[in-house]
Design a protein around this ligand. Structure first.
Ligand code: PLP
Length: 388
């Protein structure tokens, strides 16, 4: 069997070789603790950490001191949601989110719900986007936080964060954005969009796993939150724990590469994606593209193949690495909560497959993948008709 084609870049991306190279010295002779600034080993490590923080803050148009390193987006989201809720519990215990969020948000909200907070989970339209007016209507006196993702991990749909930011600012409610899938792929100016907190991660942008960050706004107004990790007071006290210098260096390098090549990369991936959509939907006219085609990440393709279980398609496409839901829920027999939120019945939702393209895919792979996908659907339909 030839090498599988990796089309699961929204689950995680391979490490860019330049990122790996940037990290290696920090696993080796540059091993200092960034908090040990009383000697040169520590200095060297601290300098490397601060350089990455600078690169990352520039990407978001924030100041470097507003970036707090964490172990990944899940931790950043926990820190933001629990931290704000606990800090503002006297003001109110109401949080607004939407049904298509990642479980990192939904489960964190559920944990607070069990402790007495009230969570409003707003529906999305059939194209996967939320209507910002629904958020405005849902805001109450006791609302302390609105948390809406930038781009969806399953269907790639991009949410109207600018409009939502304006609404939150007008109502004096904190706005948290889970930008795990969009950070450094779509340029975001956190100040301009009125974002108070933004969670993101390195392993979706060709960086290492185990490192992420949270932007915490410092001014107009500063975001207050209850600490979730007690200890040595690292990261301005927001996240204690010795910093993984090598991972942070790799994170910075990954962001640098993304922002340098973003336009060309998005253009190329969109071309590949559109070619796949058009080829597949021409060969199988019943195939449905899930979520908005226009307001969508350039690398995402999520399709329903009516009448064909996603598992059957996956078995028929052994040489393609893709996903039947988000990576985190694909082990479950339940259909994806995101696809169901688009208004599909359970049977149709079970046919959804996500193909997510990335930097290291080339035109030959995309052409080969297109043929394999079309053949897999043809074979499944043929098998079904033989049984009838
Ligand atoms: N939020 C979204 C939208 C994601 O896609 C992911 C990763 O799958 C996460 C949060 C969690 O990120 P991490 O793996 O860095 O904890």
């Amino acid at each position: 069997m030839s090498k599988p084609i990796y089309l699961d870049n929204q689950a995680t991306t391979p490490l860019d070789p330049a990122v790996l190279e940037s990290m290696l010295p920090y696993f080796n002779n540059k091993f200092g603790n960034a908090a040990s600034t009383h000697h040169s080993f520590g200095h060297e490590a601290k300098e490397a950490v601060e350089k990455s923080r600078e690169i990352i803050s520039k990407e978001l148009n924030t100041s470097a001191s507003e970036i707090v390193f964490t172990s990944g987006a899940t931790e950043s989201i926990n820190l933001a949601i629990k931290g704000v809720s606990e800090k503002l519990k006297e003001k109110g215990r109401h949080i607004i989110t939407q049904v298509t969020e990642h479980n990192a948000v939904l489960d964190t909200c559920s944990a607070l719900e069990r402790r007495g907070w009230e969570i409003t989970k707003l529906p999305v339209k059939q194209d996967g986007r939320i209507d910002p007016r629904m958020i405005e209507d849902a805001i109450r006196k006791d609302t302390v936080l609105v948390t809406i993702m930038h781009a969806n991990n399953e269907i790639g749909v991009i949410q109207p964060v600018r409009e939502i930011g304006d609404i939150c600012k007008r109502h004096g409610v904190y706005f948290l954005v889970d930008a795990s899938q969009s950070f450094a792929k779509i340029s975001v100016d956190a100040k301009e969009i009125n974002i108070d907190l933004l969670a993101f991660t390195a392993h979706k942008i060709y960086g290492p796993k185990g490192i992420g960050a949270l932007f915490i706004k410092k001014k107009n107004p500063p975001v207050e939150l209850e600490l979730q990790m007690d200890g040595g007071g690292h990261e301005r006290g927001f996240r204690s724990g010795t910093l993984p210098v090598a991972l942070i260096v790799g994170f910075g390098k990954a962001v640098e590469l993304c922002s340098r090549d973003r336009d060309a990369e998005n253009k190329r991936l969109k071309q590949y994606r559109d070619q796949l959509i058009d080829d597949i939907m021409t060969a199988h006219t019943d195939v449905i593209l899930n979520g908005s085609r226009e307001q969508r990440l350039s690398n995402n393709l999520n399709l329903c193949f009516p009448g064909i279980e996603a598992e059957t398609m996956i078995m028929n496409m052994k040489n393609i690495a893709c996903s039947t839901g988000s990576a985190c829920t694909s082990a479950s027999l339940e259909p994806s909560h995101v696809i169901k939120a688009l208004g599909y019945d359970t049977e149709l939702a079970h046919t959804a497959i996500r193909f997510s393209l990335g930097r290291f895919n080339n035109a030959d792979e995309i052409a080969a993948a297109g043929k394999m996908i079309i053949n897999a659907a043809t074979a499944a339909k043929q098998k079904k008709s033989n049984y009838l």
